[in-house]
Design a protein. Structure first.
Length: 98
């Protein structure tokens, strides 16, 4: 029975397995534990992302372009408003001084 316990704790060469060896074994390509962890992690990430209020990058870029054009148009209108206000002030000053 003791020999069987030693074989369980030791590698096939009779040496004790290091944590690195166990980690390498876990990372093996055909390890069902890693595959299940990967699947669960993906499902968890998808679930978390679905709860967030996010938009696709293309929609974000389109809205950014609309915002940029709107800001430019506001600046143009502010300049026109300032010019019209100046003209109105000049007309009022001209009629106020006969």
């Amino acid at each position: 029975m003791q020999d069987q316990d030693k074989n369980t704790a030791n590698g096939e060469s009779g040496q004790r397995r290091s944590p690195a060896d166990l980690f390498e074994r876990l990372l093996g390509r055909d390890n069902p534990v890693i595959e299940q962890l990967d699947k669960n992690a993906r499902l968890l990430a998808q679930s978390a992302l679905s709860k967030l209020d996010v938009v696709p990058r293309s929609e974000f870029d389109a809205q950014s372009a609309v915002l940029q054009r709107t800001r430019q148009r506001i600046e143009e209108l502010e300049i026109k408003l300032e010019a019209l206000t100046q003209q109105l002030d000049n007309v009022e000053k001209g009629h106020g001084n006969p």
